[in-house]
Design a protein. Structure first.
Length: 120
């Protein structure tokens, strides 16, 4: 089952984990949308540089450090995702508490590992 996923912190650089995650999500047939600082395309997915009002987001996967996440709290909550994944290095207790208040599930996990182990 496809889980529409928003990758926040998407990078055009092939060695970045966000880039690898976009490629793998596409390979696993998940619908992907992406937000990053630079416009471009990864695996046929356009990286948006504006925060768009995406619909039916199942998962938001974060590739931003906790300080940079603050600007996205309200935006992510407004999308009403079913879950938010805090990839290694993005763990953020403050934001996790905000998500709890809005009854949004979150987990500290690696998107790549979840995909590779059929736990996504």
């Amino acid at each position: 089952m496809s889980k529409k996923t928003l990758v926040i912190g998407a990078s055009l650089k092939p060695q970045r984990y966000s880039n690898i995650a976009i490629n793998r999500l596409v390979n696993y047939n998940h619908e992907v949308v992406a937000f990053g600082l630079r416009e471009g395309e990864v695996a046929g997915i356009t990286i948006d540089t504006n925060l768009l009002p995406y619909k039916n987001i199942h998962t938001v996967t974060l590739y931003l450090n906790p300080e940079r996440q603050k600007a996205f709290y309200d935006y992510i909550i407004s999308l009403k995702p079913e879950r938010v994944i805090f990839n290694p290095g993005t763990e953020n207790t403050e934001f996790q508490n905000v998500l709890k208040q809005h009854h949004i599930f979150f987990e500290e996990a690696c998107t790549l590992v979840l995909l590779g182990t059929n736990q996504y």
